[in-house]
Design a protein around this ligand. Structure first.
Ligand code: NAD
Ligand code: TYD
Length: 352
């Protein structure tokens, strides 16, 4: 039986990954470690409750004694590190927290994995540390071209700088000690359980409540959207078959300007809810994000050629599934937007 330490499992992609693995693999054990920050929510794992193949531990990836204890208790074969502070806007207000979790937390996990897996100068067999990273580490593209695995790192936001730093530490553990690692760098994800600070769930929630839709700048920044399950499939393939020491870019050639996404959500919800108050007058162009990257676009040739990965959900299907999910999970949205979320929203959007 393969044993996994999965960090950040109560967040958006982590929880989708837990469900993906439970559907795909019978003979596994997943220990799910999450601090339960504002972005982590045990409701996200509710449908896995009672399944003996996973167990939840509340804790911080920076907590060395805790992570060491988990390694000695479970003798993990894989670490999949999703845990992070993940929102660019928050990183602009509080970069220090991003260094702590994304850089120091990752280094702590690497040290604990090395301690457990490297004995008398020999690495235990069939171990793997997978760092879930982002295309944002490559910086911003112009109108042409794509990020490949050899594109130089050029992060602009405190978020992407912290993720790039973590990536460098992961590679340093491979190059210095020979640790079996992979890094995945994926484009923007969308789907169920995404916290409504991110573009798609924020817009769905605001449209539903007839609230203004804050579009940054001219709305023409481009993101390369991937349905979250396709990202989960890529991480599973990389964990099983990725060559040690390699980076794999993940993206589905689904580039859309932000304003296209916002108008799609308006049109879908207008039709679904038969509500004429849902229309494009809700769009409000607001002050741009500082250092706003213009365009991201992934070249996924390497993961396709080496591991046979391809995206299964076209954007037109994925966005309908996603809107359906949020419409069917109003209680979830009510819970995550109560309390602190209102304060966050006020502070982030009031003076734009
Ligand atoms: P998220 O913010 O939804 O979830 C992050 C999770 O990490 C939360 O459950 C939170 O409680 C947990 N966490 C935060 N600090 C922690 C700590 N110190 N110890 C333990 N747990 C902690 O993020 P997400 O969107 O699910 O992203 C997951 C990973 O994927 C991140 O590493 C992110 O950089 C990367 N990524 C995200 C995207 C995207 O579009 N969302 C794209 C590419 C890569
Ligand atoms: P986001 O979901 O925060 O992801 P990232 O910054 O990691 O790409 O933002 C996606 C795009 O949407 C980005 O170009 C910023 C833009 N955006 C808005 O225009 N308005 C918003 O309220 C938010 C949250 C994002």
């Amino acid at each position: 039986m393969k044993k996994y330490l999965i960090t950040g499992c109560a967040g958006f992609i982590g929880s989708n990954f837990v469900y993906y693995m439970l559907r795909r693999h019978q003979d596994i054990l997943m220990v799910n470690l999450d601090k339960l920050t504002y972005a982590g929510n045990l409701e996200n794992l509710k449908d896995a409750e009672g399944d003996p193949r996973h167990t939840f531990v509340q804790g911080d990836i920076c907590d060395r004694p805790l992570v060491e204890k988990l390694f000695s208790q479970y003798d993990f074969d894989y670490v999949i590190n999703f845990a992070a502070e993940s929102h660019v806007d928050r990183s602009i207000s509080n970069p220090g927290l991003f260094v702590q979790t994304n850089v120091q937390g990752t280094v702590n996990l690497l040290q604990c994995a090395k301690e457990a897996w490297l004995r008398d100068g020999v690495w235990a067999e069939e171990k793997k540390f997978v760092q879930v990273s982002t295309d944002e580490v490559y910086g911003s593209l112009g109108d042409e071209g794509y990020f490949t695995e050899t594109t130089p790192l050029c992060p602009h936001s405190p978020y992407s700088a912290s993720k790039a730093s973590a990536d460098l530490f992961v590679m340093a553990f491979h190059d210095t000690y020979g640790m079996p690692v992979n890094i995945t760098r994926c484009s923007n994800n969308y789907g169920p359980y995404q916290f409504p600070e991110k573009l798609i769930p924020l817009m769905i929630n605001n449209v539903k409540h007839h609230k203004p839709l804050p579009v940054y700048g001219d709305g023409m920044n481009v993101r390369d959207w991937l349905y979250v399950e396709d990202h989960c499939k890529a991480i599973d393939l990389v964990a099983q078959g990725g060559r040690p020491g390699q980076v794999y870019n993940v993206g589905g050639h689904n580039e859309r300007p932000n304003i296209f996404i916002v108008k799609t959500i308006i049109a879908q919800l207008h039709d679904r809810l038969q509500d004429d108050a849902i229309n494009e007058t809700l769009i409000h162009y607001v002050a741009d994000r500082l250092g706003h990257d213009r365009r991201y676009g992934i070249d996924p040739a390497k993961i396709r050629q080496e591991l046979g990965w391809y995206p299964e959900t076209p954007f037109e299907q994925g966005i309908v599934k996603t809107i359906d999910w949020y419409l069917c999970h109003e209680t979830w949205m009510d819970h995550v937007t109560s309390g602190d979320y209102q304060k966050y929203y006020e502070a982030m959007y009031k003076n734009r």
